[in-house]
Structure formats: structure tokens, C-alpha cells
Design a protein around this ligand. Structure first.
Ligand SMILES: [Zn+2]
Length: 1187
């Protein structure tokens, strides 16, 4: 009842607020509407400025209105639901919440951890520990509300253009188009422009500054970027007709530290005047293939927060001219951040040509899963080959290059088309203006309006004063000439992206009464990019995989640290016992990690397309940040586990816990810490679950003794398996042992276990199992092993040694130790799953594979997988096979866990191809799944899209990014590869799944980096493989039209657990702390806690970085396919209902603001008790205020 009342009051307040806004809206623009065109032209500067301010306000108000309308819609639907539930018509929001209260220990309780009881019973229930015996017979299954299955079965709103159809249609031929090589000879009728219908040209000066590529981020800044920005202030101030746009906030930040207060004021003035526009405003211009949406969001939020705190600027237009292929996830994120428009450049030349023909280069980009059109994002696609000056004024680069005045004779830069620019003077201005106008007019034929966008810039442009002068003065002469000749029917000027899009929307509105009514909608994405011929940029999906893996490691640590840190601060606030020094010290480390992760999302960072020394620079930054996040994590955990938090004595440099994964060098894999056990003394290990759902998982710690007892947080001994640690092929360590056991961790919790030694003869054999070891080696001698391992023998197929199994599955291996079949214990179904490692070579051409391009010589050939060295280590909790072949140590793990990690196979390949030459290594599975030419891969870990393998395209074109997963399926079965790291993937023939693991290339591929890829390292590739049977009588996503597909809830859970593992903190300082701590609330199965991020205060001279009193909560309600069972999960779905009060009972004030996704705009205010209704696939951000 309380919920209902507060919602009604809330709705009322909102309606009132909206009416006020509406009133303002109606009043505001009237002056503007009644003003004639001439009157507007005769406005004074101050009037125009005022006008600009009014327009800005109007836009803001419109935005607010949109938000409010959305909120009102949601409230209306909630009121409807509540009324229904009051009438007992259906299961409304209230009922759902009451139910979930009973299912989960939802109350704030710091003393005990409940909810693990069920599995506990099994752990020491039957006391059986023989190999293969069922230990966990009651795997929990997620409880799914029937209505939550509707979304994945509903057809999306069809878009006018669907990229899949475009791919079906296009021949992907490559005829020579003449001057515009990849297009055609454009003609036009000059009569289409009249005095009332002029061509409006906006020339947009820009400078593309890569934060790291040939030089490091800092060196670029020192040697180039800072001069560009200095000159920008100086040269824009000369004439207010001059404009400039800037994208990379990482550089603004470095520059801001070096400039005077006067310069800062000047920059703000340029922004206010609309001479300077910050576009996108991310920390970097992120890659869109390998990046995960967590990091994309993170780097955007970091950029926008910096802009807000330092410049009071809010970007409104996206600008992505260089990422190598474009993802629809980016369009979604920008849309939900409150952006109105975006621009993209690197799209396959055949698609550009097709869109140019259809005048579809400007479109409303719709998400493939959108059942309406609320995700529509207005997008401008550049039509030609590049974003440089020769390819932006019009179709003929030979002509356009002559209007790049940076290349005037004597400058040292020339035009490759061998016709140099001429300085504009009275004698040549008429002919030069007409020559340029001809290009503008031709380019305008490719678009639907008479408003034309012409970028003017290139990489690191506008560095020297004379470049500014040359470009701006020569162009101004051309514009003045054009504009003063009415017969030319053109209005040309410098502009920003805002200027362009504003004019474009006005024109669309005047002809269709809708400001984007002229344009088609489009669904799909723009992978795989080709810039010419068969040069597909699918190599970079995999280049430098070591660092791609390190990226995901940092993402996991950063997310984990952010959440724990925010909750530490929230606890301090609720106790009114702040620790400002500790807080700000850790905040600095977090902010540095955000920025270092952000930096690596750059399109030459995570892509692996920088020079070696730049790669090392990124890697060092990632490493430092992993270490710092580990520190934030352990400091926060120590605080949260302290009994008396009110009188906590903070020591910021102390190591209370060390993470069991040690990252020592930026070029080595982590090492596992050994817990040194001393007789009679227990060691404590705290497990951190950062997910907002309870989870059971198998964990492995490394101890110095095999004679142990492990107790859980209730002091109950738990079942363990002790495995040998191999030092090399022949020796097993006698001082290190891997100890595995299952832990059950509540949502967002810390749980402390203890481990202690026992006398060898006192080991409880009901609880401790020592693994059986089977080997096949070169010497024919069994390795010497510590005495605890009594079952050591040579591997023999007859004895069933080649089977790894748990309660659910059996993995049947071939003679060489590789998987060939997976068999399900229940139902006994088998699935062929033949693994093969294959290699690609390079073409013997001038153009060869490199960091960007994948140009294979032919289909891959298998590498030698016979005469392998083999180890099989099996026990009741964990079975694994380790097969050594040339270049790969292949580990297959079967975990006997009741959680998601027990539902599939884990694959860990340690790859080392440093001895090879022009060699690309892939892992391929052959199955019986009849997927024909269709497979699925994800975009940024955010959504899954259909991919079709086309025979009309070369092999490399059929490779796609795999940021987190791929799957194939038929009517019965789906087989998924879930990936801890982004790589390239394909399904080249029916039944096949293929993932590229590493690439070593001895030459450059002519895309600017100027080197091959020869810095390969010993690299981990970590995967989880799921074989899922489709449920009978349930429709799966295949009944759905279109491109979108959805992982099962199990697959979602398995990916989340790969990317956000349970962190193991080893206690270093004896502490009388609590055994456990937990947040108290849980989220439904399908709602992911993306982040809980403490925001920053505006910088002051005393504190550049300090923690603000609020935190940004980001939630994602995933879309999932109900056609599969959801074992291993201990959670429910409830129609996306979330009450923040249940999640943060004891933390944060009652006032909550729903925010735009990057926190730029404050949306509706609500109370914590308000029941949110999250829509499938959508991301939400909230601003929480500490108490
Ligand atoms: Zn770039």
C-alpha cells in the first residue's frame, strides 16, 4: 500500500513538473518561430548568442521532456499493475516482491550468511568420494516467470534496412568506379538548388589524436597534441567564424594540467560560443569490436564526468571516424546517454556504395532486438574511403587534395595524386571555388537533404600555427566568394557537428514535419570492415591476445573494486565514521584504473594495432591498475569485515589480504600464491562474490601441505580434493598442492573460510580426496610424486582413463587426450565435439596479413596432434586432462560443482607461437549440429547477433569479433563457446565452431603501424563450452524473426562468472574480523549489476581527485532465451522488478535519481522504495546519495 501511495504522489509531482516544462516549451520558441530568415541573418552577435542559449535551453527542455514522458509511461504501467494486483487479477509487482522476499535472505544481516544450506547438506551428506560418484544430485535451477519468456519470442520492430538483407543482396564485386574508385561517376542537375533552396555546407575542422599508436599517449601529447590544443585556443579566438571539434578527453585532461586559468576561461568561452564542440567526449574513441560494454561505458562515463567537472560541457554528438568496423552497441549507449546524433566512417566499401546509391547514408540506427523504436539513434555515415581531406570534400580525391592547404607546395607534405593545392587569391578564387563546389554538389547527391557535412582534418592535424592560418584563411576566402555569388546557390561555412545536425534536422522537419522523418531506419552492425579489395580487417580481432586477456582481467578487478569500495564508503556514511584520507587515497587508485582501462579501449589499444613499445606502455598501465584494484579490494574488504567499523583505524598502505593471483610483470601470466600453512595455526581465505546473485562455484587454492582441513564460514569442514602441482613433465612439487572445494557465496558478499594442517594420519578421508594421476610421457617413467598421491599410473584407455566426468556430463577423450564426445548423464545423449588445432599461413603477395588484416593463403591445415604428452588428473570435484602439443598446452577441465561452472567444460589453452613464422593458430570444433551457414556471435558482451557464412565472400570476411561468445544451433542443440577474452571467430562449414587463438606475422600490412606482429607471449586463452538441449514444447529464439538471438540464462551466468570470478583474498594479518559480510539484497537472475561507481567531486587545488558523496549504480536486464533449462543458478526472474531499497536496505538515502547512462543528465527523482520495472536488454543508471 505504501508503495502504491508513494508512486501516486510521485506520478502527480511528475505530471506537474512536466506541465511546467511544457509551458516553458510553448513559450520559449515562439520568438524564434515568428522570425523571418532575413531577420535572423540581421541579428547582432549578442542576439545570436542569446538565441544560441535559448536554443540550448530548448534542447535541454526537450530532453527533460522526453525523460519525463518515459517515466510517466512507466508510472502509468506500474499504477495499472498495482491496481490489477489489488484486484487479485494477476501477479503484480507487489506479489512478486513478497515472493522473492521469501525465497532469498533479503534482510540486512551482517552476522550470518544463509542460503547455502541446501548444497551444504550434500557436501557432507553421503560421504562418498570415489571418482565419478554423484556428489551433487540437487543442482538448483533458476525459477523463471513465464512472462519473462515473451520478450525473446517477440519479433522486433522491422527496420527499413536490415543489414542481413543487405548482405544477402550485395554481390560484393569491386568494379573500378573511376575518380571515386569504389563508387561511380556522380552527376547532378545544378537546377536543384535555388535562392530558397541553397546547398548548406558545413566544413568541420578536426584533428584525430590517437592516445597511443606509433608513439605512446604521453609522447604524442608532449610532441604534438599539446601544441594542437594551444594553437586551437589562439587561432579560434581570432575569428568567431572559425570552428573546431575535439573528441579525446584523455588528451584534454593532460592538457588541462598544463594550462593557465586564462586559457581555461578561453576554452570555456569557445565552447559557449559554439566555436568548439566536444564530440563523443569519451576518454578515447573506443574500439567497437573487442571492447566489452562495461569498459565502453566506463571510458565514456570517465570522459563525461571529467567534462562536467572541468568544462561544464555535455557532448551531444558521436564522432567515430577511425574504429575498424562499427557496432550497434555504441549507438545504443550513445542513445541512452542522451545523445542525439552520431557519425561513423569505417564501413565496408561495398555497403557504403550501396547506401550512397539508395541515399541511405543517414539513417536511424535501431537495435536488432527493439520491439519499438525507442533505441533509434540518428547516424551519419561518411561515404568515401577515409576521413582525411582528399576523401571528404567529394568523390574525387585528386581534387579534394588540392583543398588541403596543409599540403601547399613547400610544406613537406604532398598530394599523392600529384596535383598540389594553390593558395587562394583574387585571381584564382572563382575557379577554385567552383571546382570545390562541384565536389560538394556531387557529394550532396548521396544524401537526402541539402545540408552537407565536410570534415576537414586528419591525424594530428593543426599542430602548427601556419597550418591553422593556411586552412582557415584559404577556406574563408572560398566561402566568402561562394556566399557572395547568389547564382551559386550555396551557403558555405565552418561548422561543428552540432551546427550540421541542427541544420539537417531543420530541413528534414520543414519537409516532413518530423526532424528525422526523411530518413530510413536500420538494424544490424558494420562488421567485418574492408577498406579495399579483399582486405578485411578481421586480424585485429585476435592480434596481441595476451593483452586482450589482460584487459578483461582488469575489467573484472575494476568492477569488483568499485563495488566493494562504494559499499565501504556507504557503510562509513551510515555509521557517520568517515575515513577521508583512506577514502581519497583509494579513490585515486580507482580513478587511475578507470583511466588506464579507458585508455586501452582506444582503437589502437585493445585492438593490438600499435607499435611494440606502445603495446608495452599500455600493458604496464594495465598491470599497475590490476595491482591497484587488488589493493582497493583488499582494503575495502578489511574494512567491511572489521567488527568495530566505527573506530576503524585505517592504514592505507597495509596489506591485510593478498589476492591469490599475483600479477608481477606485464608480459607474464599470473602466478598462484601458495598459502604457507603452519602447524596448529589456521590460515584464513576470504572469497569475494561481486555478482548480485548467489553462486556456488568450485575454487582452487594452493597450499604448502596436502594434509589439511578446510572449514567454511560456519566452521563446518568441507569436502576437498588435493591435486598435484607439476613443476615440469617429470616432477611433481612436494611443497605445493592445489586444493579445490565448492563454495556457496551470497550476492555481493565476502565469505571467510579457514584452512589448517592436520597430522597425516588424522586426515579425514571422507572429506579429503587425493587425485588419481595418469600420465603418458616421453621417458616412459612415472613421475615421482609425494606419497599422498597413491594412485599414479600410465594412462590406459581400457581402464576408462580417458573419461572426465561430473554429476552432469562425461567428456570422452580420444587416444591423444583430446575431447571427441560429450555425454549427458541424464538422458544419456551424446554430442560429437571433435577438437582440432589448425594453422593459417599468409598469401605470397605484396599484400599480406598483419596487425589489422587477415589474408590467409588458404583454408587452415591441422597441426600435428599425435604422440602427445598427456596428464589426466581426476578426483571427485575436479577432473582435467592436460595435453601438450607443439605451441599449445591444452587443458580440459570438468568441474563437479552445483553452479554454472559444473554445467559445461572449461578449456584453458596456454599458447606460445614465438618460434613460428607467419603463423595463425585457431581452435576448431567439429560437431553434428546442423547450423548450415548460420552462427551467432556477440557484440561487446551486450547482445548476440546472427552471422551468415557466405561463399561469395573470402574466408577472412566470414570471421567476426567474439568479445565474449559464439554459438551454433539447430532444432535440438545449441553449442556455445564462452570466452574470457575477445578473439576472432567463425563457423566456416556447418557443424563447425572456430576461434583464432594467436597470430604471428612477420610483416606490416600497410595500414600505418609499420611493423609486423612479433611480440607474441605465452598467452592464456580461457573458454567455457556449453552444450544445451532445447526444451520440448518451448519455442526458442529461432521462431523469432531477424538478427537478434539471446543466450540462455545459464550462458549468461557462465559468462558473468568467467569475467567476474570469485576473488580469493588470502589473509596476511591475523584479524579478529567477521567471518562474512554481505550486501543483503539480491537481483533477479536476469538483472546484472554492471557497476556501483563512486563519483568524483569537482577538482580543487587541494584535491584533484576526491570521492563524491554519491555513487552511480548501473543495471542491465539481459535478454535470455527460455528454450533452455537454467541449471546451476540459484535465483529467479520476476518481470524485471527491482526495488533499490531491497538491494541497499541500510545504505544510501531514500532519494534516488534515474540518470542518463553516463550521468550527464538527471532524470526523474524517485524514492528507494519505488519498484522499478526494467525492460529486457536495457541498461539503467541511478544516482545514489550516501546517508
Ligand atoms: Zn585513430
Amino acid at each position: 500500500m505504501r508503495l502504491r501511495m508513494s508512486s501516486m504522489v510521485f506520478a502527480g509531482t511528475l505530471l506537474l513538473a512536466t506541465m511546467i516544462l511544457l509551458h516553458q516549451l510553448i513559450n520559449l520558441p515562439t520568438d524564434q518561430q515568428h522570425m523571418s530568415h532575413q531577420e535572423r541573418q540581421h541579428m547582432s552577435n549578442s542576439e545570436r548568442k542569446e538565441m544560441g542559449v535559448l536554443e540550448m535551453r530548448l534542447k535541454r527542455l526537450e530532453q527533460d521532456l522526453q525523460y519525463n514522458q518515459k517515466a510517466i509511461g512507466e508510472i502509468k504501467s506500474l499504477v495499472r499493475q498495482l491496481t490489477d494486483s489489488a484486484n487479485n487479477i494477476n501477479d503484480g509487482a507487489n506479489t512478486v516482491l513478497e515472493k522473492s522476499d521469501k525465497v532469498f535472505p533479503n534482510k540486512f544481516d551482517r552476522k550470518t550468511v544463509e542460503g547455502g544450506g541446501k548444497d551444504e547438506g550434500n557436501q557432507h551428506g553421503d560421504g562418498v568420494h570415489t571418482v565419478g560418484k554423484v556428489l551433487y544430485n540437487t543442482t538448483s535451477v533458476a525459477k523463471i516467470q513465464q512472462d519473462d519468456c515473451i520478450f525473446s519470442q517477440t519479433s522486433p520492430m522491422p527496420a527499413d534496412i536490415q543489414m542481413q538483407n543487405v548482405y544477402d543482396l550485395l554481390p560484393f564485386d569491386n568494379p573500378d568506379g573511376g575518380a571515386w574508385k569504389q563508387g561511380w561517376d556522380i552527376t547532378y542537375d545544378a537546377k536543384q538548388w535555388t535562392p530558397d533552396n541553397k546547398l548548406k555546407v558545413f566544413v568541420i575542422p578536426h584533428s584525430h589524436n590517437d592516445p597511443g599508436w606509433i608513439k605512446t599517449y604521453e609522447r604524442y601529447f608532449e610532441e604534438q597534441t599539446k601544441f594542437i590544443l594551444d594553437r586551437m585556443v589562439e587561432k579560434l579566438s581570432v575569428d568567431n567564424k572559425r570552428k573546431f571539434i575535439w573528441a579525446e578527453v584523455s588528451y584534454l585532461y593532460l592538457w588541462w594540467e598544463t594550462i593557465s586559468e586564462e586559457t581555461k576561461t578561453a576554452v570555456k568561452r569557445l565552447l559557449d560560443r559554439g566555436q568548439l564542440e566536444i564530440v563523443t567526449g569519451g576518454w578515447v574513441m573506443n574500439d567497437e569490436a573487442s571492447s566489452h560494454y562495461f569498459a565502453m561505458l566506463e571510458q565514456m562515463v570517465e570522459g563525461h564526468e571529467w567534462l562536467k567537472n572541468n568544462l561544464e560541457a555535455k557532448p551531444n554528438n558521436g564522432w567515430a571516424i577511425d574504429p575498424f568496423g562499427m557496432s550497434s552497441t555504441m549507438a545504443y549507449l550513445l542513445k541512452r546517454m542522451g545523445f542525439e546524433n552520431m557519425l561513423i566512417q569505417r564501413v565496408h566499401y561495398s555497403i557504403k556504395k550501396h547506401f550512397a546509391k539508395e541515399k541511405s547514408l543517414e539513417f536511424k540506427w535501431r537495435q536488432i532486438w527493439d520491439t519499438g523504436s525507442t533505441t533509434d539513434m540518428f547516424c551519419h555515415m561518411m561515404p568515401f574511403y577515409s576521413y582525411d581531406v582528399p576523401h571528404t570534400c567529394g568523390p574525387d580525391p585528386k581534387v579534394c587534395c588540392q583543398f588541403d592547404f596543409r599540403r601547399l607546395p613547400g610544406s613537406g607534405v604532398t598530394c599523392p595524386w600529384r596535383v598540389a593545392p594553390q593558395p587562394i587569391n583574387n585571381l584564382n578564387v572563382d575557379s577554385r571555388a567552383k571546382m570545390l563546389l562541384d565536389q560538394y554538389r556531387k557529394k550532396a547527391q548521396l544524401y537526402r537533404t541539402n545540408v552537407l557535412l565536410v570534415p576537414l582534418g586528419d591525424d594530428f592535424r593543426y599542430e602548427h600555427a601556419d597550418e591553422w592560418d593556411k586552412q582557415f584563411t584559404n577556406y574563408q576566402k572560398l566561402f566568402d566568394h561562394m556566399n557572395s555569388h547568389p547564382d551559386l546557390h550555396v551557403q558555405a561555412q565552418f561548422g561543428t557537428l552540432s551546427d550540421y545536425f541542427r541544420a539537417l534536422r531543420e530541413e528534414s522537419q520543414s519537409s516532413t514535419s518530423d526532424d528525422v522523418g526523411l530518413f530510413p531506419s536500420l538494424s544490424g552492425d558494420f562488421f567485418t570492415y574492408a577498406d579495399r579489395d579483399d582486405h578485411y580487417w578481421s586480424g585485429y580481432y585476435t592480434s596481441r591476445p595476451f593483452y586482450k586477456n589482460l584487459d578483461r582481467v582488469l575489467e573484472g578487478y575494476l568492477r569488483g573494486a568499485e563495488i566493494l569500495y562504494s559499499l565501504m564508503l556507504a557503510t562509513q556514511s551510515s555509521l557517520e565514521a568517515q575515513q577521508p584520507q583512506l577514502t581519497n587515497q583509494l579513490m585515486k587508485q580507482l580513478v587511475e584504473a578507470r583511466r588506464n582501462l579507458g585508455l586501452f579501449q582506444h582503437h589502437d589499444g585493445i585492438t593490438g594495432t600499435s607499435k611494440d613499445h606502445v603495446v608495452i606502455d599500455y600493458a604496464k598501465k594495465l598491470l599497475v591498475s590490476i595491482q591497484q584494484c587488488q589493493n582497493v579490494m583488499q582494503q575495502s574488504a578489511n574494512y567491511l569485515l572489521t567488527f568495530n567499523q566505527r573506530s576503524y583505524h585505517a592504514e592505507g598502505t597495509k596489506v591485510y589480504y593478498s589476492l591469490d593471483e599475483t600479477y608481477e610483470e606485464h608480459y607474464t601470466m599470473p602466478s598462484k600464491q601458495v598459502i604457507e600453512l603452519h602447524e596448529g595455526q589456521a590460515s584464513h581465505i576470504t572469497f569475494y562474490n561481486s555478482l548480485a546473485q548467489a553462486r556456488s562455484e568450485l575454487v582452487t587454492i594452493r597450499t604448502s601441505s596436502p594434509y589439511i582441513q578446510v572449514r567454511n564460514e560456519h566452521e563446518t569442514p568441507v569436502r576437498c580434493q588435493v591435486d598435484p602441482v607439476f613443476e615440469d613433465e617429470g616432477t611433481v612439487s612436494s611443497s605445493q598442492f592445489d586444493v579445490s572445494f565448492v563454495i556457496t557465496a551470497p550476492a555481493v558478499s565476502l565469505t571467510t573460510f579457514s584452512v589448517q594442517t592436520v597430522a597425516p594420519d588424522a586426515v579425514d578421508t571422507n572429506l579429503i580426496s587425493y587425485a588419481a594421476i595418469r600420465v603418458r610421457n616421453k621417458g616412459g617413467v612415472l613421475p615421482s610424486t609425494p606419497a599422498v598421491f597413491t594412485d599414479v599410473a600410465f594412462a590406459s584407455e581400457e581402464n576408462g582413463d580417458m573419461v572426465l566426468k561430473n554429476s552432469n556430463i562425461e567428456a570422452i577423450l580420444n587416444t591423444n587426450g583430446f575431447i571427441k564426445t560429450i555425454k549427458y548423464v541424464k538422458g544419456g545423449k551424446s554430442q560429437k565435439l571433435d577438437i582440432e588445432f589448425v594453422k593459417y599461413g599468409v598469401k605470397n603477395h605484396r599484400e599480406t596479413s598483419g596487425a589489422y588484416l587477415f589474408l590467409p593463403d588458404k583454408d587452415a591445415v591441422p597441426i600435428d596432434m599425435s604422440n602427445t604428452l598427456l596428464k589426466v588428473i581426476r578426483g571427485p570435484l575436479l577432473s582435467r586432462a592436460i595435453v601438450i602439443i607443439q605451441n599449445v598446452a591444452h587443458n580440459l577441465l570438468v568441474k563437479n560443482s552445483p553452479g554454472v561452472d559444473g554445467m559445461g567444460l572449461d578449456i584453458v589453452n596456454i599458447v606460445d607461437i614465438t618460434k613460428e613464422r607467419n603463423y595463425e593458430l585457431a581452435m576448431r570444433f567439429y560437431t553434428d549440429v546442423q547450423n548450415k551457414d548460420v552462427f551467432y556471435s556477440d557484440l561487446n558482451g551486450f547482445q548476440v547477433t546472427k552471422r551468415v557464412t557466405y561463399k561469395k565472400l573470402p574466408l577472412q570476411a566470414n570471421y567476426y569479433p567474439m568479445p565474449s561468445q559464439m554459438f551454433i544451433e539447430d532444432d535440438h542443440t545449441r553449442i556455445s563457446i564462452l570466452s574470457k577474452q575477445p578473439l576472432g571467430c567463425a563457423s566456416l562449414r556447418s557443424g563447425e565452431l572456430e576461434v583464432m587463438l594467436d597470430r604471428r606475422l612477420n610483416q606490416d600490412d600497410n595500414r600505418g603501424v609499420g611493423q609486423g606482429v612479433l611480440d607474441n607471449l605465452r598467452t592464456p586463452n580461457i573458454f567455457r563450452l556449453l552444450v544445451e538441449e532445447k526444451l520440448i514444447n518451448k519455442e526458442s529464439h529461432t521462431s523469432r524473426d531477424g538478427q537478434a538471438a539471446f543466450p540462455s540464462l545459464l550462458a549468461h551466468g557462465a559468462v558473468h562468472s568467467l569475467l567476474n570470478p570469485i576473488y580469493t583474498l588470502i589473509q596476511k594479518v591475523p584479524s579478529p574480523g567477521r567471518q562474512s559480510w554481505l550486501l543483503g539484497g539480491v537481483l533477479p537472475c536476469d538483472v546484472h549489476l554492471v557497476n556501483l561507481r563512486t563519483m568524483q567531486n569537482e577538482p580543487t587545488p587541494a584535491a584533484k581527485i576526491s570521492a563524491a558523496s554519491n555513487a552511480a549504480l548501473t543495471l542491465h536486464r539481459v535478454g535470455f532465451d527460455c528454450g533452455f533449462a537454467a541449471p546451476g543458478l540459484n535465483c529467479s526472474t520476476n518481470g524485471g522488478k527491482v526495488r533499490l531499497e531491497d538491494l541497499f536496505t541500510a545504505y544510501y538515502s531514500d532519494r534516488v535519481f534515474q540518470m542518463s547512462l553516463s550521468l550527464m543528465y538527471e532524470g526523474v527523482e524517485m524514492t528507494k522504495s519505488y519498484t522499478l520495472s526494467l525492460q529486457p536488454m536495457e541498461l539503467y543508471a541511478f544516482k545514489l546519495q550516501r546517508l
